[in-house]
Design a binder for this molecule. Structure first.
Ligand SMILES: [Fe+2]
Length: 329
């Protein structure tokens, strides 16, 4: 059996020319807690950890790094040896780097797209509890990680090989037409990484954050509708991870998916399938050309014609308590 070298997606690092819009977007739309560092970078908190996003000022929007939690120090040593044996150059982080990332230990490599991938131990807890300005019930993180990252890659085969064969991610599902896409997991979250085969330069398609409470997603959707052009994908539900979600444009050139109740995978019963549609309903892709949008809409409508439905599995008991109505008519 393949060894799983990373436990979860821990943090994402970006460069952006739009730091101030990011502060407002993260606070007001997403409900994250924002802190500014002395060098002008911002750290976005989603839970008890010191950060889940680090965004530094830059002349252009760029994915700077992705951080994976390896769990234990023995895993970090094993991974270092494994990567070296695979012919991948492994770098040890400088003390300053570790201090910036607020981790106990850190090695990093470049993936086939040239993006820096951090493997860390011990992401620090913040000095104060999670306390966003917007009143929300928090995000699903912990062992499932902070969400997922989906990337366009011109090195699709090599990237797939890197994440699956080298790092031990498992394929959850995929499709090959009208373009190739793979969803890869490293824990019960359906996917922590998604790869889209694309001819252009490597870039982010979207990141996803999962809310504990459906009502928080609904309220964010209310807010998003005040600026309809900011909605990249309308409210809908994915066929593969059952995430009910919508996507908004970030201040940069990619989206964030605001999701709820993604399903968890049990390895012992899961079988890999080729996906026949991206979504069960909704999810109109405003960002696509009219022609592409219609193609996708037809696939999604077909799910309805076939009567395909999926149960809702909200894993946080507090977030999904059924209260029988006491009203008598
Ligand atoms: Fe997603």
């Amino acid at each position: 059996m393949k060894q799983r070298f990373v436990q979860s997606l821990g943090y994402v690092g970006l460069a952006s020319p739009n730091i101030d819009p990011w502060k407002r977007f993260a606070q007001d739309m997403l409900g994250m807690e924002v802190s500014t560092t002395p060098n002008g970078s911002i750290a976005l908190k989603m839970d008890e950890k010191s950060h889940r996003y680090l965004i530094e000022p830059g002349s252009k929007s760029d994915l700077q790094f992705i951080g994976f939690d390896v769990g234990e120090s023995s895993h970090l040593n094993q991974l270092q040896q494994h990567l070296t044996e695979a012919g991948i150059e492994v770098h040890k982080a400088s003390p300053q780097d570790k201090a910036t990332k607020k981790v106990n230990d850190l090695i990093w490599v470049k993936d086939p797209d040239g993006v820096r991938i951090d493997f860390y131990l011990g992401l620090q807890e913040a000095a104060t509890p999670f306390n966003p300005i917007k009143t929300i019930g928090g995000f699903v993180t912990g062992e499932l990680g902070m969400g997922h990252v989906v990337r366009y890659t011109p090195n699709y085969k090599d990237m797939s090989d890197f994440y699956q064969r080298i790092l031990g991610f498992k394929l959850s599902d995929f499709h090959d037409q009208p373009y190739a896409i793979e969803f890869l997991r490293t824990n019960p979250r359906h996917h922590s990484i998604g790869l889209i085969d694309d001819k252009g330069p490597p870039r982010l398609h979207h990141t996803m954050v999962e809310y504990r409470y459906w009502d928080d997603v609904g309220r964010a959707y209310d807010l998003a509708q005040l600026n309809p052009s900011g909605i990249a994908v309308t409210l809908g539900r994915h066929l593969n991870d059952h995430m009910t979600s919508f996507y908004v444009w970030t201040p940069d050139d990619f989206f964030i998916e605001l999701g709820w109740a993604g399903r968890r995978i049990d390895d012992s019963t899961w079988t890999v399938e080729e996906l026949s549609s991206p979504s069960l309903w909704g999810h109109i892709r405003n960002w696509q050309t009219a022609e592409k949008r219609l193609q996708t809409k037809k696939l999604i409508e077909e799910m309805g014609h076939k009567g395909i439905r999926a149960p809702v599995a909200a894993y946080d008991e507090e977030a999904f308590v059924f209260t029988p109505s006491t009203r008598k008519n």
